[in-house]
Design a binder for this molecule. Structure first.
Ligand code: ZN
Ligand code: ZN
Length: 546
């Protein structure tokens, strides 16, 4: 053979092995090796369009340009809160069935409120507070991670990560290997005795790095020159509550920490998202996620967007800057996944647990119907009214974010009909400006609403946990709050969120038809060829791989 032919054969061999290696690499396996759920706390779909020109190529843009975006993904229930949203994402059903009707609710038997992931039988692991007395015990159905682990006798790994306990725990589920969240007192990642007796070595090592100190020992300034933030209001505007009253850049975090005296400050800065991403990458490496034939699930919820959104409002420079920085974190995270697990092996979805309304005062100034419902005043007047009707007594036991709990024992002892008292209370509350609907539990139990606001209420209504009267405020209205804004309605600004799919066999595309957040879990279950979570009511999003 001539030298030339030898060289040709040699080149052919290396290119062909190279090409086949590339091809082999690019063929997605029958089932993804790793499912990564990314939840952005308090993100509306329109943020994607608003910040599009400022995003880099490899964060949100890569997910959308190389994946499928569902442009009309919605929550179907009334009280759009963090615990409720995360439970809905992972279980594929509504609070009616998964039981997380609200972040907090009232338990008449115990005469006290409970928190959706509170568990007095569990204690903190890895921390110095009671912030780890948590578990998913109040979640009534299984979720996608539970079903995966049940399908192969727990050979899969399922892990939840978030600064917020409820986000991490409710995404991870009952059989999860672990759920981790950040302790305000120390800034360390902790968990609960529900999952384990002591932290894995890699988590202890991560905590030893004290990244929380590093991230707080800096100034938060805008990523780009501030005059380029024309997608937002002026930095100085009358609609923000800010960090300890400070409402404009730059934020000297070292100085602020001296007054805060809690690592909760880190949660209210974009660096809370940075440390979440750092920790998620460490989890993938140290837990060997996506490395064997048993699919693993990693759920990561980014919470800083919510803390900042509440304090500054959706139209603030602070929120915009937080999203531009989150875009960079996502780019880094996806780069890491693609290089280490492979895009074809990993199914990624990104969504949000709820949106948020613009600061009502800002809407009012712009001429849009809006306002603040003073529920304390309304409750005090309702109490006087019930006293006048039925005689003096503690008729109202509790009111939590739209749900009124009446004193059933007093009503029974007074030989009154519960549904009559509920009706009187509802008829009274509907008269307040800002209240759009007041619905009694008795009526929700009677009929079956298929659309509209009462259907949303019914999907939120759990007979054992919900209040006696459920209130829905008018569009543009929120309950009086010390924050700048809130979320807790079924209106578009709270219920319409992004849903993006990327990696594995997901095609490039757009789904414009209406889909429900309850569709996420059954869609993943179909891809993984496992049972749907026990309460699942959603449908499969067929367009993703076709
Ligand atoms: Zn939230
Ligand atoms: Zn929130």
């Amino acid at each position: 053979m001539t030298k030339k032919i030898k060289l040709f054969i040699f080149l052919f061999l290396i290119t062909s092995t190279y090409v086949s290696a590339q091809k082999r690499k690019a063929i997605p396996p029958e089932k993804p090796k790793l499912v990564i759920g990314i939840v952005v706390d308090q993100m509306r779909l329109d943020y994607i369009y608003r910040f599009w020109d400022k995003f880099g190529d490899n964060g949100f843009k890569r997910l959308i340009n190389k994946g499928t975006i569902c442009t009309n993904a919605n929550y179907d229930y009334l009280y759009t809160q963090t615990g409720v949203g995360h439970a809905t994402i992972s279980t594929g059903t509504n609070p009616q069935f998964h039981g997380i009707i609200s972040n907090n609710w009232y338990v008449a038997l115990k005469k006290q409120s409970t928190y959706c992931v509170k568990d007095d039988h569990a204690h903190t692991v890895g921390g110095k507070s009671e912030e780890g007395n948590r578990s998913p015990r109040l979640l009534l159905t299984t979720n996608i991670g539970d079903e995966l682990k049940l399908s192969n006798f727990q050979k899969s790994k399922v892990i939840g990560i978030s600064l917020k306990d409820r986000a991490s725990i409710l995404l991870a589920g009952h059989v999860a290997n672990a759920a981790y969240w950040m302790e305000d007192k120390t800034g360390n990642w902790i968990t609960s005795s529900f999952y384990m007796d002591s932290l894995p070595e890699w988590v202890r090592k991560f905590n030893d790095k004290k990244l929380q100190e590093l991230y707080l020992n800096r100034k938060w300034n805008t990523l780009l020159p501030i005059e380029q933030y024309y997608e937002s209001l002026e930095d100085e505007n009358p609609y923000e509550e800010g960090l300890l009253g400070q409402t404009s850049f730059p934020y000297d975090l070292t100085k602020l920490y001296k007054s805060y005296k809690s690592y909760s400050l880190l949660k209210s800065t974009p660096f809370g998202n940075t440390i979440t991403k750092d920790f998620a990458i460490d989890a993938i490496v140290n837990e060997n996620l996506g490395q064997d034939e048993y699919t693993d699930i990693l759920m990561v919820s980014f919470s800083s967007t919510d803390y900042i959104g509440h304090q500054f409002g959706p139209s603030s420079v602070e929120v915009e800057d937080t999203y531009l920085r989150l875009d960079k974190e996502l780019a880094h995270f996806i780069d890491f996944i693609n290089e280490n697990i492979g895009k074809e092996n990993t199914l990624v979805f990104l969504t949000a647990d709820h949106g948020a309304i613009n600061v009502p005062k800002y809407l009012t100034d712009a001429g849009i119907p809006s306002g603040y419902f003073n529920y304390r005043k309304a409750l005090s007047l309702l109490s006087s009214y019930l006293n006048a009707l039925y005689g003096n007594g503690e008729w109202i036991l509790n009111y939590t974010s739209g749900q009124l709990y009446l004193n059933h024992i007093l009503i029974e002892d007074s030989k009154l009909s519960l549904s009559d008292v509920q009706e009187k209370a509802a008829d009274f509350l509907i008269q307040f400006t800002g209240v759009a609907n007041a619905m009694t539990a008795s009526n929700l139990e009677k009929g079956n609403f298929t659309s509209g606001i009462f259907a949303r209420m019914q999907k939120n209504y759990n007979q054992k946990r919900s209040g006696d009267v459920l209130i829905n405020l008018e569009p543009g209205w929120i309950e009086s709050t010390i924050a700048a804004t809130n979320h807790n309605s079924g209106y578009q600004y709270d219920a319409h969120v992004p849903l993006i799919w990327y990696g594995w066999k997901v095609k490039r595309g757009t789904v414009n038809r209406k889909v429900s957040i309850t569709d996420i879990a059954p869609t993943i279950a179909t891809f993984l060829k496992i049972s749907f979570p026990s309460g699942s009511t959603g449908s499969i999003i067929e367009e993703l791989t076709k």
